[in-house]
Design a protein around this ligand. Sequence first.
Ligand code: ADP
Ligand code: ADP
Length: 225
Amino acid sequence: DPMLRLKGIEKVYNAGQKGEVRVLREAGLEIGAGEMVALVAPSGAGKSTLLHIAGLLDTPDSGIVEIGGEAMTGLSDRRRTVARRREVGFVYQFHHLLPEFTARENIVLPQLADGVPRAEAIARADELLDRVGIAGRAGHRPSAMSGGEQQRVAFCRALANSPRLLLADEPTGNLDPVTSDTVFETLMDLVRGTGLAALIATHNLELAARMDRIVKLEQGRVVAG
Ligand code: ADP
Ligand code: ADP
């Protein structure tokens, strides 16, 4: 089984009303373990909708969503939330770290919410910070870190609960080109090292070309880029 499987995904906003928008039509995508796929699409093409459906934040009108071979469609809202917290990590252009907490605490908190014992959560946070090369920043708050460091912490937080799927929207979009490049390398190492499936939306074609594969959205379908 692929780590992520989307099949026949349909999504219409304002169905049957004025302003009806058919965003996804028969959209399908499979991503394997350790595979990093770039999603390149113009604004308005349905990128956020696709990421939200893959990430269990939203449900399709019809179609199949599977993560790790398990069906994620047809779950109650509560079960979908539980599945999302366990199976999906999110990274955005802006890190959204909690400003009053340290780097370590920002990575510990989602684990506590998932029922991980505190000592184990701290060990996991420190291991992740070490893997992204900023172990020495564990006790710093976001405001005391550079943009690249903050984004590395955001990667660690996204991976804290060992998800099977990583979804990112312009993960280096807020960084200068040089920092963006090294932070992206870190992200690639993390994905390859953990064997999760990653779908990364980006307008940066140079970064897209370094991923395993590029897909685009055309008329609501996912097509090879
Ligand atoms: P992208 O992320 O590629 O910019 P979106 O998935 O956000 O695209 O949106 C795709 C289309 O669906 C756009 O035309 C947008 O206006 C419309 N859309 C998105 N969300 C909603 C919503 N909640 N209600 C109505 N239309 C929406
Ligand atoms: P909640 O407490 O609202 O159920 P979580 O805290 O479990 O959500 O969120 C899990 C992940 O989903 C977080 O990384 C968060 O960034 C992302 N997320 C939650 N809600 C949204 C949303 N409406 N749009 C985009 N991302 C979201």
